[in-house]
Structures are given as structure tokens and as C-alpha cells.
Design a protein around this ligand. Structure first.
Ligand code: FES
Length: 166
């Protein structure tokens, strides 16, 4: 076999280079589509996760805000999520509410309005919610605050993701 047979011709070099670049660009275009297709599966896994919120003995019959911190996987990205949960005891039952106003997404606080100290108040458009999250008629929100799915194990409250009450 002569040395000449081992040499790559200019045509072959260009063909291999173009195939490599084309393959790279093609995979760069396909990966977002694959991720889009697989994302619902990833979300279903994430939705089943429960995160430790606080001990039940820290809850009272009046809503208090508790920080919630957890890692969330989204595709190849893992990010730290920081949220606030309003939680209280309704008899023996734990109620955990999202602070996100169902009007346009501002943050509500319990007792934030001096004239309605037993309600959640949204300062953006003066939205109000009853303690159980029910929207007060005549104020902008048309949907109750979302509730966190939750469970109690060994005296610890674990919460999942907030769900619509409708
Ligand atoms: S965003 Fe809360 S009332 Fe509008």
C-alpha cells in the first residue's frame, strides 16, 4: 500500500468537515425539540416531590409565612427555588396557601390591610382574600388563593406544589 493512499484528498477533507459541522448544527437544533418533548415527563416527576416546610407545632390558627427552599430540576438545569408559604391550623387540618395573588400575581400578606386584619391583602389593586384563601367578592381577584398539596409525617409538614382551588 503506497503512502499516497493514506492521504485525504481536498474533496474528502471538505466532505468530512461539512458533515461534522452539519451534524453539530443539526444536533444543536434538535436538542431543544427533544427537551420540549421530554419536559412534561420531567415536570411530572417534579410535581410529585414534597418539601419540608416546618414542624406542626410551629403552626397556630392564624396564618404565618414560612420560607420554602428547594432544588428544582428543569431539563438539565437545577435551580434553587425560594418561595413563601402561608400556613395555619384549621382544627387538626393544616392549610398551606400560596402568597401569589390570583389577579395579576402580586404578593399577598395576611393582615396587610389595617381595616381587614383577618384577611389576606394584595396591595397592587387592593385585592382581598378570606383566611381560607377564598377571594372576597367585589375585589379584583376572581379565584381563591392556590393551596399547596401537603402531608404531615412525624410532626413535620411537607408541601408539594400549589394547586388551584377551583
Ligand atoms: S395583583 Fe392582586 S389585586 Fe391585582
Amino acid at each position: 500500500m503506497s503512502e499516497k493512499n493514506h492521504n485525504v484528498s481536498r474533496r474528502q477533507f471538505l466532505t468530512y468537515t461539512l458533515m461534522g459541522v452539519g451534524g453539530f448544527m443539526g444536533s444543536a437544533m434538535i436538542m431543544p425539540m427533544v427537551r420540549f418533548a421530554v419536559d412534561p415527563i420531567l415536570r411530572a416527576e417534579a410535581a410529585s416531590d414534597m418539601y419540608e416546610l416546618t414542624e406542626v407545632e410551629n403552626l397556630t390558627d392564624e396564618p404565618q409565612s414560612f420560607p420554602l427552599s428547594f432544588e428544582q430540576d428543569d431539563g438539565w438545569v437545577t435551580q434553587q427555588v425560594e418561595e413563601t408559604v402561608w400556613a395555619y391550623l384549621d382544627g387538626e387540618d393544616v392549610v398551606a396557601l400560596s402568597p401569589v395573588c390570583t389577579h395579576l400575581g402580586c404578593t399577598v400578606s395576611f393582615g396587610g390591610d389595617e381595616s381587614n386584619p383577618d384577611q389576606f391583602f394584595c396591595p397592587c389593586h387592593f385585592g382581598r382574600f378570606e383566611q381560607d384563601g377564598t377571594n372576597v367578592p367585589g375585589t379584583p381577584p376572581t379565584e381563591p388563593l392556590h393551596r399547596y398539596e401537603h402531608e404531615v409525617r412525624d410532626g413535620i409538614v411537607y408541601v408539594g406544589r400549589p394547586q388551584s382551588q377551583q
